[in-house]
Write a protein that binds this ligand. Sequence first.
Ligand SMILES: Nc1ncnc2c1ncn2[C@@H]1O[C@H](COP(=O)(O)OP(=O)(O)OP(=O)(O)O)[C@@H](O)[C@H]1O
Length: 262
Amino acid sequence: MMEITEKYIKKIETPVALKTQDLAVYYGDKKAFAEGTIEFPQHQITALIGPSGCGKSTFLRSLNRMNDGIARVEGQILYHGLDINNDQINIYELRKHIGMVFQHPNPFYKSIRENITYALKYHGVKDQSVLDQKVKESLQAVALWDEVKDSLDKNGKQLSGGQQQRLCIARAIAMEPDILLLDEPTSGLDPVSTRKVEDTLQELKQKYTIIIVTHNMQQASRSSDYTVFFNLGQIVEFDETSQIFTAPHVQMTEDYVSGNFG
Ligand SMILES: Nc1ncnc2c1ncn2[C@@H]1O[C@H](COP(=O)(O)OP(=O)(O)OP(=O)(O)O)[C@@H](O)[C@H]1O
């Protein structure tokens, strides 16, 4: 792996929701991500950007142990001071705190209502009025309630792509995670649905810390507070989004965000 010599990692002043310390990820012998030390600010949206194959998804998936059994993850992932990259951690519990939404909407082949209640029931919530309230709150939080409130028994797969993705976000937040990880959540959506998901994220950051992988530079610049630029499996720069897109410290970042890369 080529060493990148010029890097800039801003030290943040705000409370930290999650920190990685010397995180490295290997697929077999191949190092896909190296020595990432970074602090994610609480109740902010952080965008992960960089060229294809630079390790964004690998890094993101490590944060809630989605790489278990696929890759070897070294280093620490500190969540409230606890290293969650550790065999003793119950990953099902962990994922209640750090939820994930994937690139392609993947609602369960179940009703809209059951998409929201499935994990809650699994974790022991039985009271129907509590479940009903959760369905309503979660769908309201992603601005989907008004569109589906009269068809909660319809199969989630019958919704439009944009609605399905908002249902998946609602499903993730029904568990009230602290942190929401999103891997290119709008890449398959039209501009109107994309905007709705982005608006949803702006609302959600009041309560959640959001980390989002995106290829869409406009999306990163208009919806995130902080941006991490990755290249060649390393973190090159981390700063406030406004800084990254107007006056980054590292030339490689400047070249990438201005489209003069490669
Ligand atoms: N399951 C896997 N097994 C082996 N190698 C993998 C696996 N997943 C990813 N890689 C490799 O790790 C490197 C980083 O991939 P990753 O998907 O994290 O990049 P990315 O920045 O998210 O790319 P993209 O923007 O195209 O989604 C690439 O070289 C990729 O081929």
